[in-house]
Design a protein around this ligand. Structure first.
Ligand code: SAM
Length: 460
């Protein structure tokens, strides 16, 4: 691995950068593999002490984060598809410290994850929020927002809205969010060990362009943060133009107050101070077990008049439809609405937010997609099978490992379902999706967009 000489030169003198060990770690080691467990989908052999039956090393700064001794084939692990864990780079999980140290996570919060795809930070934030909270997960690139939606569905939650908007659209919601996470698009030098091709694309010119874009994104979106609201800004770049310089700009030009974190318990994380005295945190692969990362936190001091949004009314469903739908979900404070030609379940507390987002934003997904009622019967949506709110009364058929993989590949299975009709199929008691068992065949309803395309003997 040949690191760009211009990068190494510009990092000389930057806090925590040591050329020899930095170059060596890139030449001699691979990025460690780490996962974050989904506490809402506990599985046998997956707890704080053991994961997959092995005693694993925890990620020091994230309660549900673990390093794996080697990279297994996630593609061929049904529990991965069931949303029992998310494969995430360890340094990024430090977001948990920013949130636990600086936000009141016991209160219902409105959180915006502005640059959210593929959803590592969003699924993490969702796991940390308390009841009544809303997470808006936004991704500007359409194709990536679809992947984000798939990952949110897999996580099984009901309090996330996925939007597909340019950051400037959020100026329509002045002083709306308590917390804003901006994990900005960047020049990507922190991920060179994971993606050697990114080295070819790296240039000083691109660093400068990224820095300008980061300012633009932040300036566009900050209106939507409340006074005293928390901004968490992160990149996976080592370049000071994208890190310390942005901190200075946020403090000087955007009048934010920089907030320190306590990192005493995490040796190896480097505290960096900008020219004007703001502090942020640098992660170097030769100092901690993870990839290159930068994070800094701020409080908004300026006041914004909350906008007067027109109260919109979501389209509700008929009493007949409600009767059909209700039997499929656990008793929870859910309200049923018509959304994108289907029925969705929205937590009652979030109904006003849903109405607003439906009227004003490119809202792609919200709550739990339940399905459609046809001839007084529900045709269930895949998201309902993955939801933690699915009623335990819904019939389920447990699959062997071989059949679970065939199911995820949308191939025929050799299975005798317990009952006829719609039912969830499970592996190790974790729901994978729907089948409809007819008299002489089983219809596999695993969504074809997310099916496993590889054959078992291909490398994962
Ligand atoms: N937060 C994500 C996670 O943890 O999985 C990773 C986000 S990635 C570092 C940055 C994201 O910003 C990408 O998904 C990219 O498509 C998006 N992006 C690119 N250009 C953007 C722009 N002009 N405004 C907002 N987001 C942008």
């Amino acid at each position: 691995m040949k690191l760009p000489e211009e990068l190494l030169q510009t990092l000389e003198g930057v806090e925590g950068f040591h050329r020899d060990s930095f170059v060596r770690v890139h030449e001699e080691s691979n990025a460690p593999t780490s996962i974050r467990l989904n506490a809402a989908k506990p599985f046998a052999g997956g707890d704080a002490a053991t994961v997959f039956g092995q005693q694993l090393q925890p990620v020091p700064w994230a309660k549900t984060g673990f390093y794996l001794p080697q990279r297994p084939s996630f593609t061929f692990d049904p529990l991965f598809h069931a949303g029992c864990y998310y494969v995430q780079e360890a340094s990024s999980m430090f977001l948990e410290q920013a949130l636990t140290q600086l936000a009141d996570l016991s209160a219902p919060l409105k959180v915006l994850d502005l640059c959210a795809a593929p959803g590592g930070k969003s699924t993490h934030i969702q796991s940390l929020l308390s009841a009544g909270s809303l997470l808006v997960s936004n991704e500007v690139i359409k194709q990536r927002s679809l992947v984000l939606t798939d990952n949110i569905i897999r996580w099984g939650c009901s309090n996330v809205f996925v939007t597909n908007n340019d950051p400037k659209v959020f100026a329509k919601l002045p002083a709306y969010f308590d917390v804003m996470v901006v994990d900005a698009p960047c020049s990507g030098s922190g991920l060179f060990r994971k993606d050697a091709e990114a080295i070819e694309e790296w240039s000083l010119h691109n660093v400068a362009l990224c820095s300008q874009r980061q300012q633009r994104i932040l300036a566009d979106a900050l209106t939507a943060l409340k006074q005293d609201g928390l901004l968490i800004y992160s990149t996976c770049s080592y370049s000071t133009e994208e890190d310390e310089a942005i901190m200075d700009w946020l403090v000087q030009d955007m009048q934010l107050e920089n907030l320190p974190l306590n990192v005493e318990a995490f040796p190896g994380i480097v505290t960096t101070t900008s020219a004007n005295g703001a502090v942020g945190y640098r992660f170097y692969p030769d100092k901690i077990k993870g990839e290159g990362f930068f994070i800094s936190c701020f409080r908004k001091t300026g006041h914004e008049n909350p906008g007067k949004q027109k109260p919109a009314k979501p389209e509700t469903i008929s009493a007949k439809e409600k009767k059909v739908v209700e039997t499929w979900l656990q008793k929870a404070d859910l309200h049923y609405v018509r959304f994108r030609n289907e029925i969705s379940a929205i937590p009652v507390d979030l109904l006003p937010d849903f109405a607003l987002f439906q009227a004003m934003f490119g809202l792609q997904y919200a709550g739990i997609s339940v399905g459609e009622v046809l001839k007084e019967k529900l045709v269930p949506h895949h998201a309902l099978a993955q939801s933690t709110q699915l009623s335990p009364q819904v019939p389920a058929t447990e699959l062997s490992y071989e059949n679970a993989i065939k199911y995820l590949q949308r191939q025929e299975m050799t299975v005798e379902p317990a009952t006829a009709g719609w039912q969830v199929v499970r592996y190790a008691s974790q729901n994978l999706g729907w089948i409809n068992a007819l008299k002489n065949r089983i219809n596999n309803y695993y969504p074809k967009e997310i099916r496993i395309l590889k054959a078992r003997n291909d490398s994962a």
